[in-house]
Ligand binder design. Structure first.
Ligand SMILES: C[S@@+](CC[C@H](N)C(=O)[O-])C[C@H]1O[C@@H](n2cnc3c(N)ncnc32)[C@H](O)[C@@H]1O
Length: 278
């Protein structure tokens, strides 16, 4: 099995073989799992789960596999909400498997959690993952999926919308390109089409002092931040070089963010031309 996996280009063939062996219910099932992996399917989809923020997240074919860099968005969300005395209202927009919402809810304890995605496969997968924290999952285009009663009440709006520029999708690793839906990756010509749509309406959904968190790339962060500012929110950029992770925060006017969470941020100011000064 190890030789087969190695020949197919799996760098960690021994580790993968052990995982596949543990997941298989019998020899025929094992042969089918190995066959799928050798054919190039991502290990996470073959196993049916991935590890994210210390949790086991169910993933199924056709769903975006949560990336480790997205833990930065979860950490910022948890830091912002930890000091909240009442049960916070959290929305995971473009939720995919629901990994972000699940990680935030698990870290914080009781939250009112809503998640939404346009893709029915993602919605089904997120419902599986979020059942354990009582999260509700809606299907539809961005905010159109959400119950109208959430408008103006959201304490935290976590968004990992597709942000790969259309022309760069073809340059992604083959596992993503061939096994994740294009709707989960393609962020339009400059990568920020969905982010701009999210930012334009975020303020009307946020509670006073609520926060929008948008994952983006280091390169696109200035454009994401400009979109967030154009939506009437104060924009801050948080960057973690080690994980190559970038999050833009948009704070709605009102109650100030707690002092402890502000001091942990890399503060950055977005200039009018879109460049970022730290
Ligand atoms: C990059 S994936 C992120 C998934 C998940 N948040 C995560 O971090 O693992 C982007 C997700 O956005 C969803 N999506 C794309 N366009 C959308 C739209 N217009 N409205 C809602 N969801 C959308 C895709 O189906 C996909 O699940």
């Amino acid at each position: 099995m190890v030789a087969q996996l190695r020949a197919a280009g799996c760098v960690f063939a021994e580790e993968e073989a052990a995982e596949l062996l543990a997941a298989a219910t019998g020899p025929a099932h094992l042969a089918s799992l190995v066959g799928r992996r050798v054919a190039g399917e991502p290990l996470e989809l073959v196993l049916g789960w991935t590890a994210f923020c210390g949790l086991r997240i169910a993933v199924e074919p056709g769903v975006f596999v949560p990336r480790q860099r997205t833990a930065l968005l979860v950490e910022r969300a948890v830091a912002l909400l930890r000091a909240t005395s009442r049960t916070p209202l959290v929305v995971d927009l473009c939720c995919g498997s629901g990994a972000v919402g699940l990680a935030v809810a698990t870290a914080l304890g009781p939250v009112e959690l809503h998640a939404a995605d346009v893709d029915p496969v993602a919605v089904r997968c997120a419902r599986r993952n979020l059942a354990r924290v009582g999260g509700r999952v809606h299907r539809g285009d961005l905010y159109a999926a959400l119950p109208a009663g959430l408008r103006g009440r959201v304490d935290l709006l976590a968004v990992n919308a597709p942000y790969v520029p259309s022309a760069a999708v073809a340059l992604m690793p083959v596992e993503a390109r061939d096994h994740e839906p294009r709707t989960a990756l393609d962020g339009g010509p400059d990568g920020t089409v969905l982010q701009r749509r999210v930012a334009a309406q975020a303020r009307s959904w946020l509670a006073p002092g609520g926060t929008l968190l948008v994952e983006t790339s280091a390169r696109q962060a200035p454009r994401t931040a400009v979109a967030v500012q154009a939506g009437g929110l104060r924009a801050d950029v948080v960057r973690d070089e080690e994980r190559d992770a970038t999050v833009v925060l948009g704070t709605s006017p009102g109650r100030r963010v707690s002092r402890s969470s502000r001091s942990a941020m890399t503060h950055a100011v977005t200039n009018r031309d879109g460049s970022v000064t730290r």
